[in-house]
Design a protein around this ligand. Structure first.
Ligand code: ATP
Ligand code: MG
Length: 425
């Protein structure tokens, strides 16, 4: 009787959530490591917070009428019916942790950075995913515009460090609770005269969140707002002053920027300085980093009345921008090709000694022919190869081949570790 073959259906990842594979992950590690190095130069320490938080944290901070809270959150009930949300961004969780752990008691100025996955239920496309990764920084405790400029200088320095220079820095000021309401009203009054030109969504939200209309990508909305009043004309004297100082310090630090008075950010907590790093390489996913001031946020979450500022960088977009300049995986420094059982066992012990001494070493585990082993050594880009057979075991010496120039030297197996350490510097 023929056995019926059952087809086992394989399980795939969730839509919009990606694996990061060997060969790609090296670029990620480079981007993360560079961030650690640059941020630490500027006095920032890492903070790690849980991935789920109470849903209320995001509603209260990001704002009920924002795209994120209205439609992009991964919210669910746990088994005790608590409403939890997978963090859609990093600032609110970091401020929650700041308040809960009273970090302001450690130092009046807190400089923190984080990196990790964020979750937003969006339509997946190039540069836009449902699980994506950000690295970001926050400074709590400083109102002085020097810190705005320093945060931007650090962002600039990070991009120099990772070799991405085709970005431009756009800055704006969104005013504060003193002057924003006046601007908001002026904008609503303006929009009321052009309601018929707006898309359905903007017609619905122009009163609750008029600033978002400036950000709408629908062409009709862009035309309708072409002559909209500028937020910069409505700043109160102290916001006007603060923004003037931010620009002055940026010039002093020679950080190139353009003022974009139409740039509004999609989160309610921003006040005063806001900014984006934009590229023309990624279509409509053109923001690679974004941030701004959130002076009222800590207090509104039940903490002390301390000002704050920060930014977040989208890692997937950086990886896309690195294009074909991806970082290569670390190649073995030595590949030991062994012929026969005894040589294979000897190679195994040698490999272990070499690895313990800090030499990246690889060998064959599959009983392949010498030719196949050498093919693999080549494919892995090994710097050196060592061929081990019966003869070599007997004489206690073998040929070490430099794969880049094919030169060979005789090495004593006894002193293989020392010889390699010397050759590899
Ligand atoms: P966008 O306008 O592209 O939707 P955003 O204003 O929602 O961006 P922020 O909340 O400011 O983005 O997040 C900061 C950065 O995180 C963005 O500049 C972007 O690089 C990245 N980012 C945001 N959402 C996603 C996503 N769904 N997938 C990949 N990266 C994202
Ligand atoms: Mg978005």
């Amino acid at each position: 009787m023929m056995k019926e073959k059952v087809r086992i259906v394989s399980i795939t990842a969730i839509k919009g959530m990606n694996d990061i594979l060997p060969g790609e992950v090296e670029t990620w590690q480079f981007l993360e490591q560079s961030a650690r190095e640059v941020f630490s130069l500027y006095g920032f320490s890492e903070i790690r917070t849980p991935i789920p938080e109470k849903t209320e944290l995001f509603c209260r901070s990001i704002g009920e009428t924002t795209d994120i809270v209205e439609k992009e959150m991964y919210t669910f009930s746990d088994k005790s019916e608590n409403s939890l949300t997978l963090r859609p961004e990093g600032t609110a969780p970091v401020m929650r942790a700041f308040i809960q752990n009273r970090l302001n008691n450690l130092d009046p100025v807190s400089k923190l950075y984080y990196m990790g996955p964020m979750f937003r239920y969006e339509r997946p496309q190039k540069g836009r995913y449902r699980q994506f990764h950000q690295l970001g920084v926050e400074v709590v405790g400083v109102e002085d515009a020097k810190i705005d400029a320093q945060v931007l200088a650090m962002l600039h320095q990070y991009f120099v460090r990772i070799g991405i220079t085709s970005v431009s820095l756009q800055v704006n000021s969104l005013g504060c609770p003193q002057c924003r309401p006046g601007y908001r009203q002026a904008l609503i009054t303006y929009l009321e005269t052009r309601l018929d030109m707006l898309c359905g969504e903007c017609q619905r939200r122009y009163q609750t969140n008029p600033l978002r209309v400036l950000d709408c990508k629908v062409p009709g909305c862009q035309t309708a707002t072409a002559d909209a009043p500028s937020v910069l004309d409505h700043l109160c004297p102290s916001c006007h002053d603060h923004f003037g100082q931010v620009k002055k310090y940026l010039q002093a630090l020679e950080i190139p920027f353009v003022v974009n008075a139409r740039m509004v950010r999609g989160l309610d907590y921003y006040v005063r300085t806001t900014f984006e790093l934009v590229t023309d390489q990624l279509g409509s996913q053109n923001a690679v980093a974004a941030g701004g001031r959130y002076d009222g946020l800590v207090e509104s979450l039940g903490g002390p009345a301390l000002p704050g500022i920060g930014f977040a960088v989208g890692l997937e977009r950086l990886v896309l921008m690195k294009g074909d300049q991806q970082v290569a995986p670390a190649a073995p420094q030595l590949f030991i090709a062994a012929m026969g059982q005894e040589a294979s066992e000897q190679a195994f012990v040698l490999m272990s000694q070499l690895q313990a001494a800090g030499v990246r070493t690889e060998m064959d585990y599959l009983g392949k022919s010498l030719k196949a082993q050498m093919r693999r050594a080549n494919k892995l880009n090994a710097e050196y190869t060592l061929i081990l057979g019966e003869e070599e075991l007997q004489s206690g010496q073998a040929q070490l081949k430099n794969m880049s120039d094919s030169s060979q030297t005789t090495v004593m197996l006894e002193s293989l570790v020392a010889t390699l350490l010397e050759k590899l510097g």
